[in-house]
Design a protein around this ligand. Structure first.
Ligand SMILES: C[S@@+](CC[C@H](N)C(=O)[O-])C[C@H]1O[C@@H](n2cnc3c(N)ncnc32)[C@H](O)[C@@H]1O
Length: 410
């Protein structure tokens, strides 16, 4: 039996009709699952969407075929985020906002010894599934305004961690009594039905989420990766998280869960690499030269403000007090930065750089701009050579002068 949401205040801001809910309940039923299975099989045999839908409309009502076809498409898209996507259920907005299972599992670990846990704004359950899989949590509840998201979150947990059976509460998170809980995770919505909120706006707002510590000490808040550091209250930790080279999010951990002031996390395959503050000497500033290696830190490191710490870890130097490129005399293999062999480093004069690209038999160039203004796309087009050698050109400042650092792709 799938857990059905407890009734709560039906929010005016979520435009779900009883019909919407009934359609999704049908999708979760054995009949809906059977239709999804047929679509998967027909697609595996090479059938086009149009053809499959046409054939199925002979045996199913058109609206059910459309719902199941959309769900099939969402499952295909969800494979990037969820290893078990073919067993899960999504809405389009729910999938776009869902945390991928590798990040959710990493984050959930902080709550491993939190017995009574609540996931506020659970969406379709990206984070809820990871929390439900933690053996230490013996009471789990989840809240969302959207009854369809809550229904799907329940079904997704039932598919991944059937023994858990979280309590599903349809309500505005502001109206939920938190006294029974030891830990709260919240992933506020950063988009409304009409599109994305601007800047750091969210629903509920960050300020409200930070106030959760008035009720529960152990709080984790997912935010946008670009959160300004001055929005992080004293004693809280900001953890920035990348999946491979791409930054995905920042999480704010309340003092009860914090393990420092800032952490940069890079998840690569099954490995989780973490960089924290490393106290030590002032990092030297040096001019880059051919034969050295340019280190381009992972955005999790730059956003966490840990570039100096990375330099200490790698015994590297900075190229400028303010710029987040480092240099090293030898190749360093690190999950926290991309290492690029420097071919040449020269003051930024576009004409001279273009000539140099030609001399080097350069072809396509990847311009990495940091600390200088300019239209990267237009500059990339102008610098591109006719040769085969792929080059990276760091367009940056070296000791406050505009500079180009030309590198091979390692
Ligand atoms: C970013 S999504 C959550 C994604 C989720 N963590 C996941 O990984 O699947 C935000 C959710 O918050 C819900 N929401 C927004 N404002 C809310 C409020 N005031 N109370 C309850 N839920 C709310 C939305 O319906 C949406 O499902």
């Amino acid at each position: 039996m799938l857990p059905f949401p407890e009734s709560g205040v039906f929010p005016l801001s979520v435009s779900r009709t009883p019909d919407d809910i009934a359609r999704y309940m049908w999708l979760l039923s054995p009949g809906g699952q059977e239709l999804l299975k047929r679509i998967r099989e027909m697609a595996a045999e090479g059938g086009s969407d149009l053809r499959i839908a046409e054939q199925l409309r002979a045996s199913y009502p058109a609206d059910r075929v459309a719902l199941a076809m959309t769900q099939h498409d969402l499952r295909l898209k969800a494979r990037d985020k969820f290893a078990q996507a073919d067993r899960l259920f999504f809405t389009r907005a729910g999938l776009e906002q869902a945390t991928s299972n590798r990040i959710a599992a990493h984050r959930a670990d902080r709550f491993a010894s939190t017995g009574r846990m609540i996931d506020l704004c659970c969406g379709v359950g990206g984070d809820l599934m990871a929390l439900a899989s933690l053996p230490g949590i013996h009471h789990l509840a989840a809240v969302d305004l959207d009854p369809v998201h809550l229904l799907l979150a329940g079904a997704n947990v039932a598919a991944i961690a059937p023994e858990c059976e979280p309590r599903l509460i349809q309500a505005n998170v502001r109206q939920v009594d938190l006294t029974a809980f030891e830990g709260v995770f919240i992933d506020p919505a950063r988009r409304s039905t009409s599109g994305r909120f601007g800047g750091m706006d969210s629903e509920p707002p960050l300020e409200w989420a930070l106030g959760l510590t008035d009720h529960v000490p152990a709080v984790g808040i997912k935010t946008a990766p670009g959160i300004p550091h001055d929005l992080v209250p004293q004693g809280w930790e900001m953890e920035t998280i990348s999946l491979g080279p791409d930054i995905k999010e920042a999480v704010l951990w309340s003092p009860a869960l914090a393990s420092g002031l800032a952490t940069a996390t890079v998840i690569a395959g099954d490995a989780v690499h973490q960089l924290r503050s490393i106290p030590g000497d002032v990092v030297p500033v040096r001019r880059p030269e051919a034969g050295q290696w340019l280190l381009d830190p992972n955005p999790a490191v730059t956003r966490a403000g840990l570039v100096e710490n990375l330099a200490r870890l790698l015994h590297a130097a900075k190229i400028d007090e303010e710029i987040a490129f480092l240099i090293s005399d030898s190749l360093v293999e690190t999950p926290f930065a991309r290492s690029l062999p420097i071919i040449d480093a020269l003051p930024w004069h576009e004409k001279r750089i273009r000539e140099r690209v030609r001399e080097l038999d350069g072809g396509p160039v990847d311009v990495r701009r940091r600390g200088l203004a300019g239209d990267v796309e237009a500059i990339t087009r102008r610098l591109r050579g006719k040769g085969n050698r792929r080059l990276v050109i760091a367009m940056t400042r070296v000791q406050d002068e505009p500079w180009a650092v030309i590198c091979d792709i390692a």
